[in-house]
Ligand binder design. Structure first.
Ligand SMILES: *Cc1c(COP(=O)(O)O)cnc(C)c1O
Length: 248
């Protein structure tokens, strides 16, 4: 048996070696895909999605130079921030915490307080509570509007037709800032054509809202296609951290 559990309970050096390898492989993939697309790696933020992996993994990643991590659940985000924020030492947290999972409305204010960036804003009713949370924390919260490319509500994302209203609200509410669009490639579809469609939607958003030109797309299995279509933020979990521990 091996896996994140073992890493959490003292398999430290082995786990660190696994993370060095995983991170190295993903960084090499990003560099190759950027080279192929004529893009610079400095335009791309790699968010390592640490949801369900132990806080020790996040600490090890921070020590390896990772600055952006992604969580899906409010409670887990809270627990990990409490444990890890002092890592920075000087009062400035070392890590930027991204939220990539579906948001429950009753947790949105707390998420707004805890997160630095939320990738999964897909319902106008989330915007005011997120903004309130950001105001509680005295910060502005960066938000991506998540769009559904296949109209399957189970996987999150606003329908394409609802995007203008959602983007207007994010752009017009104090405490939040519209960064751009986010999507997950639909299951069973060719990711390249999904991301091509996403890129054209994102171009429309960037033209309508100054500064909202970021694009959160690409996961462990499709980051090359996402980079070819202009992704600025990759959300990668398993390819760095290994098979995900089962969720409870
Ligand atoms: C879990 C998750 C990821 C990371 O997925 P991997 O397959 O582990 O890379 C990315 N984006 C979202 C929205 C997720 O929920």
């Amino acid at each position: 048996m091996s896996g994140p559990e073992e890493g959490a309970s003292g398999g430290g050096a082995d786990r660190r070696a696994e993370l060095v390898q995983g991170l190295g492989r993903v960084r090499a993939r990003v560099a190759d895909a950027c080279a192929a697309a004529g893009r610079r790696t400095t335009e791309v933020t790699l968010v390592v999605v640490t949801k369900t992996y132990p806080a020790d993994d996040v600490a090890a990643l921070a020590a390896l130079g990772v600055r952006d991590v992604g969580e899906a659940r409010e409670q887990e985000l809270r627990d990990k921030r409490e444990r890890l924020d002092p890592v920075g030492g000087t009062g400035e947290p070392l890590l930027r915490w991204h939220v990539v999972g579906r948001l429950q409305r009753n947790k949105a204010r707390s998420v707004g307080r805890l997160a630095d960036v939320v990738h999964s804003v897909d319902d106008p009713r989330l915007v005011v509570p997120l903004a309130r949370g950001a105001a509680d924390a005295g910060r502005t919260l960066g938000c991506f509007a998540q769009v559904s490319l296949d109209g399957d509500p189970a996987r999150g994302g606003a329908p394409v037709d609802d995007l203008p209203a959602l983007c207007d609200l994010l752009a017009g509410t104090d405490g939040v800032r519209l960064l751009g669009l986010m999507a997950v490639a639909p299951l069973g579809a060719d990711p390249a054509s999904s991301f091509a469609r996403l890129a054209s939607l994102a171009a429309g958003v960037a033209a309508s809202y100054p500064g909202a030109d970021a694009l959160s797309a690409g996961m462990s299995g499709d980051l090359e296609q996402a980079l070819a279509h202009g992704a600025t933020h990759l959300r990668v979990g398993a390819a760095v951290l290994g098979p995900r521990p089962p969720t409870h």
